[in-house]
Design a protein around this ligand. Structure first.
Ligand code: 5CA
Length: 437
């Protein structure tokens, strides 16, 4: 695309009320625009990044056999009354009445709705296990929405739900999801550490938060530094190896505030390995057995004859929060570099343009067309401004590869730069290979 044509409302000023890097960068590069407290519109640049993150999340969910569906954002209060959470959820739930006076709500999560869908169609253990997910907007009337899309009221979440006949099988589903989360975050070039967590309003007795370390995170993190060095192998999906993998992670101390116990931390982790830092929660998984299936009467025939409540878990990833979390992790010394997997463009061409010389712009258009033919998603900065202003702007937009064209560039070699590295003179063929790798 041509930069002069796209909707990219860049601002030069540092937004006054944006306290953290990601919020500032997203406003300055026109990725989002606030429409009400804690509610944002996603403009083309931000939307493109979020959709790429969503695609990676989807791919990794599908790989473990989770099936995508879509539930509505508006739910009936009736099912929440059946589970007993309608009152418990408190003021975080946005409650609405329709014209007939029926009580509705904007879903903050979907345990009740998915259980209701499941109970009306699945009757036998023969149809188990099942794993369903959707990627949908949620609303939580947070008391203090802050940090832009990191803690907002309307946000985009992947939520998955597993259904199994007994606890052993359900733990296997939990472990698959645990593994899938590690894979997902590593594709996003993030190191997300699974930490034993409190279950809060979702409930249950087994839960992990996936946390990326960042000074601006809202969670306090206490961990053994060795957990950061674990290499993720390719595991088989047999129960033994996945359980071993989760136990291995769990053998290192890593918790957030609610689970922190100073005495235990000091006893289990050598002084030199103790890490006390802050982190951002990008995912959270729960096993809660029959907490919803029992009150909602979601029963299936057991092989031994009687009917039993299915054993369930739920698994969330903050898809919209991840956009901010990636910025917190990758925006260093005022220079942004998106991971290639989610960058809004593969490469940007930056010609040095001046009024008397259109040669570099013409050259740039030629390269632009050639790259497009190869299905490379390329941005051409055809805006008429000086080169140093352009560089400053691209420090923020964060496309990982730049091709810099000066009017006196050689015919067949171009200055190619990976952000954060030395520039090199390469042929177009070599550039294409680098980008596609
Ligand atoms: N039903 C469960 C799992 S599906 C659930 O709702 N879990 S959660 O409450 O932990 O949310 C899942 C993920 O959504 C969190 O890990 C976080 O990344 C994201 N999230 C939660 N609240 C917000 C918020 N206010 N703003 C942005 N993202 C949020």
């Amino acid at each position: 695309m041509l930069l002069s044509k796209i909707f990219l409302p860049l601002t030069k000023d540092l937004p006054v009320d944006a306290k953290i890097k990601s919020h500032q960068l997203m406003l300055r590069t026109g990725m989002i625009k606030q429409s009400a407290a804690g509610i944002y519109s996603w403009l083309p640049l931000g939307f493109k990044v979020m959709k790429k993150i969503e695609a990676i999340v989807r791919e990794e969910q599908n790989k473990i056999g989770a099936q995508e569906m879509l539930m509505p954002t508006i739910q009936s209060a009736d099912i929440w009354k059946e589970s007993g959470r309608y009152n418990d959820y408190g003021e975080e739930m946005l409650r609405i009445k329709d014209r007939q006076g029926r009580e509705m709500l904007y879903g903050p999560t979907n345990e009740e709705l998915i259980t209701e869908i499941f109970r009306s169609s699945i009757k036998s253990y023969k149809s188990l296990p099942q794993m369903l997910y959707h990627i949908q907007w949620k609303f939580r009337d947070e008391i203090r929405p802050r940090f832009g899309i990191m803690r907002c009221r309307e946000f985009y979440m992947k939520d998955a739900y597993s259904f199994d006949i007994d606890e052993d099988q359900a733990k296997q589903s939990y472990n698959k999801m645990f593994y899938s989360y590690l894979k997902t975050f590593s594709k996003l070039e993030l190191q997300a550490i699974p930490m034993a967590a409190d279950t809060g309003p979702i409930g249950g007795d087994l839960s992990h938060e996936f946390i990326i370390v960042a000074e601006t995170g809202e969670s306090n993190v206490y961990a053994d530094k060795n957990i950061f060095g674990i290499k993720l192998n390719n595991y088989n999906f047999d129960s033994g190896s996945l359980e071993k993998m989760r136990n291995y992670f769990s053998s290192f101390y890593a918790v957030t505030d609610e689970k922190f116990d100073k005495e235990n931390f000091e006893k289990k982790v050598k002084k030199e390995n103790q890490i006390l830092t802050k982190g951002i929660e990008v995912g959270h998984i729960f096993y809660f057995g029959d907490k919803y299936s029992k009150p909602l009467n979601c029963l299936v025939d057991h092989p031994k004859g009687k009917k039993v409540a299915v054993k369930m878990g739920s698994y969330g990833i903050g898809v919209s929060r991840l956009v901010g979390a990636i910025i917190e992790a990758k925006f260093v010394n005022d220079v942004m570099k998106w991971p290639k997997s989610v960058s809004p463009f593969d490469v940007v061409i930056i010609p040095s343009i001046n009024r008397n010389n259109t040669e570099s712009l013409e050259k740039s258009h030629k390269i632009y067309n050639e790259l497009k033919e190869e299905k490379i998603d390329v941005l051409l900065d055809d805006v008429n401004e000086n080169i140093s202003a352009k560089f400053k702007k691209h420090d923020l937009i964060g496309i990982p590869y730049q091709i810099i064209i000066a009017s006196k560039s050689e015919e067949d070699k171009f200055e190619f730069k990976e952000v954060g590295k030395e520039a090199k003179m390469l042929s177009l063929k070599e550039i294409k290979e680098k980008i596609k790798k």
